[in-house]
Design a protein around this ligand. Structure first.
Ligand code: NAG
Ligand code: NAG
Ligand code: NAG
Ligand code: NAG
Ligand code: NAG
Ligand code: NAG
Ligand code: NAG
Ligand code: NAG
Length: 252
């Protein structure tokens, strides 16, 4: 029984890593690839793209026609948790000690005859180009296309924030899983990576105050993670304040 479910789980994980159009292990997920093009460069899952190329938003498309209205979001899944200068639960990112940040949220999309998604509506979050910190690991950015339910409103986790003009902090800790809880699984997705073009020692940047799990947690805040890896459902984190302000713009 246990063995059988282990095998089933392994098969599922393998399927996700082979066919997934969202980063392996993350939720929500989909197996349908969203077409995305920056200038003339097609996004293929996990491709490493130059920061300058992604400074302005992509064209998104599907080679099939979908009925109804859609919405697209671009979310960084690799923000160091220490970039958030407050305590409390954080939407889980791709790895331990990483959380999320919203880069783009465009509602009211419809498709033109060539499959491109367009909208006349003002974005809820204007496109902001990726700018991960110097010598941080490459950040992973995921594009999610959701069907937009009638009268869609942001779920509580993400609601009530001012996303525009572009804000460093209001856009952090954005839960895509909460969106999926209202809008359903994404219809299609795609993802890419970007690192600081000046990186000369990738991965050596301090990850800030993200604690080791062996640290004594006398004053730690218990955390229930909302989005992401199942293995990160619960975690203790302790965030020191005041460490981020000067570097905040270099962590996005
Ligand atoms: C877009 O691609 C064209 C053709 O490769 C290139 O000449 C142009 O410089 C690119 N523009 C930007 C903004 O990258
Ligand atoms: C889309 O709408 C058209 C016209 O109402 C309908 O014929 C078609 O079956 C719908 N397609 C899907 C995939 O729902
Ligand atoms: C697709 O349609 C859009 C909107 O009409 C247009 O801007 C774009 O150039 C078209 N793309 C191609 C590849 O024809
Ligand atoms: C979407 O479009 C409808 C109709 O034009 C409009 O009433 C609504 O405000 C738009 N929604 C958003 C979030 O912009
Ligand atoms: C993350 O967002 C949730 C929901 O808005 C909020 O309860 C939580 O305190 C935020 N976490 C941090 C560290 O700001
Ligand atoms: C790496 O880049 C930084 C910032 O551009 C620079 O200050 C530093 O000297 C460089 N280090 C090496 C070993 O090249
Ligand atoms: C920062 O975190 C990443 C993984 O999230 C890790 O690969 C890297 O080694 C860490 N860097 C330091 C200096 O701890
Ligand atoms: C706790 O830390 C150990 C040693 O660094 C690591 O092997 C383990 O995966 C961590 N566990 C969790 C739940 O992060």
């Amino acid at each position: 029984m246990a063995r059988r479910s282990l095998i089933a789980t392994a098969a599922l994980l393998l399927a996700a890593s082979v066919f997934g159009q969202t980063p392996p292990g993350t939720q929500p997920s989909t197996n349908k690839k969203l077409g995305a093009r920056y200038n003339t460069t097609e996004v293929t899952p996990n491709i490493l793209l130059p920061e300058a190329l992604v400074a302005t938003g992509p064209t998104v498309y599907l080679h099939e026609t979908l009925n109804g209205t859609h919405m697209v979001m671009l979310v960084d899944l690799a923000i160091p948790q220490s970039s958030i200068d407050t305590t409390g639960p954080q939407a889980a990112g791709l790895e331990d000690c990483r959380t999320t940040r919203l880069h783009w949220y465009q509602p009211n999309l419809t498709q033109t005859s060539n499959g491109t998604f367009v909208s006349n509506s003002t974005p809820i979050a204007t496109y902001g180009g990726p700018m991960p910190g110097l010598n941080d690991i490459a950040h992973t950015y995921t594009l999610y296309l959701f069907a937009q339910p009638a009268n869609f409103e942001l779920p509580a986790w993400d609601a009530g924030r001012t996303y525009d003009p572009i804000s460093v902090y209001a856009r952090m800790n954005f839960s895509v899983e909460a969106i999926a809880g209202v809008a359903g699984s994404p219809v299609a997705a795609n993802y890419f990576r970007v690192m600081d073009p000046s990186n000369n020692a990738t991965g050596t940047a301090s990850n800030g105050t993200c604690p080791s799990n062996t640290t004594t947690t006398t004053s730690a805040t218990p955390v229930v993670i909302q989005t992401g890896l199942a293995s990160k459902m619960e975690r203790s984190i302790k965030l020191a304040s005041g460490v981020v302000a000067s570097a905040a713009f270099a962590m996005l």
